[in-house]
Ligand binder design. Sequence first.
Ligand code: GLC
Ligand code: CA
Length: 554
Amino acid sequence: MNRTWWKEAVIYQIYPRSFMDSNGDGIGDLRGITDRLDYLKYLGIDVIWMSPVYKSPNDDNGYDISDYQAIMDEFGTMEDFDELLAKAHEKGIKIVMDLVVNHTSDEHRWFLESRKSKENEYRDYYIWREGKGENMPPNNWGSCFGGSAWQYDEKTSMYYLHLFSRKQPDLNWDNPEVRSNVFNMMTWWCEKGIDGFRMDVISMISKTPDMPDGEVNGLYGDYGPYCVHGPNVHRYLQEMNEKVLSKYNIMTVGETPGVTTKLAMQYAGEDTHELNMVFQFEHVEGDGKYGKWTDERLPLTTLKRTLSRWQTELYGKAWNSLFWNNHDQPRAVSRFGDDRPQYRKTSAKMLATCLHMMQGSPYIYQGEELGMTNYPFESPADFRDIESINAYREWCESGRVPHDIFWPCITWKSRDNARTPMQWDDTEQAGFTSGTPWISVNPNYREINAKAETADKDSVFHYYKKLIALRKENPVMVYGKYELLWEESEELFVYTRTLEQESLLVVCNFTEKEVPFTLPEQFVGMPCLISNLENNYEKQDLTLRPYEAFVLRK
Ligand code: GLC
Ligand code: CA
């Protein structure tokens, strides 16, 4: 297996809107990020992935881009960006940009032109089709954010495809001009000196040209088989690699919904010349009751089986990302751990241990290193996210599922859980802004905040800092082979990593129960690399306390 810097890196994801507001308008911005670089340096991360900062009307918080080569007004200017990049580089931190090229905003110049007439030179930049009849879209596909995936456009009496909101029309990647424009834009950013791209829903860029109805489960048909891993996706990524990526020493990570381990070997194979790594969702999916909405947890054995399959099948062949949460997922400690006061810190550290000891590049989502939790939503008026707002309307207000049943599900998984402001200190608005934040601060900021966490050596923050440092000193954490033990346990997640003579034993109690555990013979008496509670690991027969986690090294 090749050793590369991006396999060894720890990546920190910033959602700029909610990270740090420097000018009191309630919205996080680039200068706010620059101001907090020292905090990230102290934590020890190598790379920042920034969610989109480009010009955007913000229908989907920047994932609807109207100009790829300009900065969103609310976030600052291109000078602010250049300053951030320069300062980050001075501190040895790399910056990875979000690349959203499955779709643009409907306010992008290309789309404004495209919709003008059937003859317009940009017409074929997007995916236009005739309806099947009056008020009948070309097929039955539903969009990810509710409603049909087709929007009728009066000007030319045709429909355009939008797999996300109607303000996010899908680009037509089969048009060579679209590809060359995208590649030129990417080159422009690389020349600026950025360090990589996180590619938004990149597995969806190639569509099957004849667009048959999809299987209906819910209100609309599923576009999956026709738009996800479509016929030319690998050809287009290889072209992108040849024309742009291969020319720079950058990191690329493909957000690849629906990817399997087999497909990942193509997207992010050691020698397939596409991307460096995939970002896949199998371990955070499959729990839905109403579409993706649910209030239930997956059994631990299911979670272990999924994660372990990715560990073993990709070994030596392809590279994966490791994450519990991001800007589209609820908070890790609430979802997989236990956010009640007596267990929050311990379980947050346990989850970090479990993830950072696995193979792949770990991603920390802003605030995860503080053990930030889900938000106590009181009513649908609290939502800011287009997905949650639309889902409440489509599932609940429509009368399909009663409020009392749907409410625990949507609040458990809403993307807004992750989007509340970063909790910096215990002053008003958690020190995020001197004004009124665009989304409410979690009321628990007086206990959970960066100031308190950095001051306390026993905090979740310092535990993350230690895990990051351990990774730099222990190649076995990066390159070791993974093996799952105690497969059938619903309480313990136990595995080993092995590189040449060296082995790690990782043991995590995912429950609030005391669980007996017998150390495998070869680890008896071995030193402890890290643990989230004090214990004597020299005895062979142990009783693990709730959410206890430890790592022994042989
Ligand atoms: C990705 C992003 C998500 C966004 C969607 C559409 O899944 O992570 O936030 O809404 O793509 O761009
Ligand atoms: Ca601001």
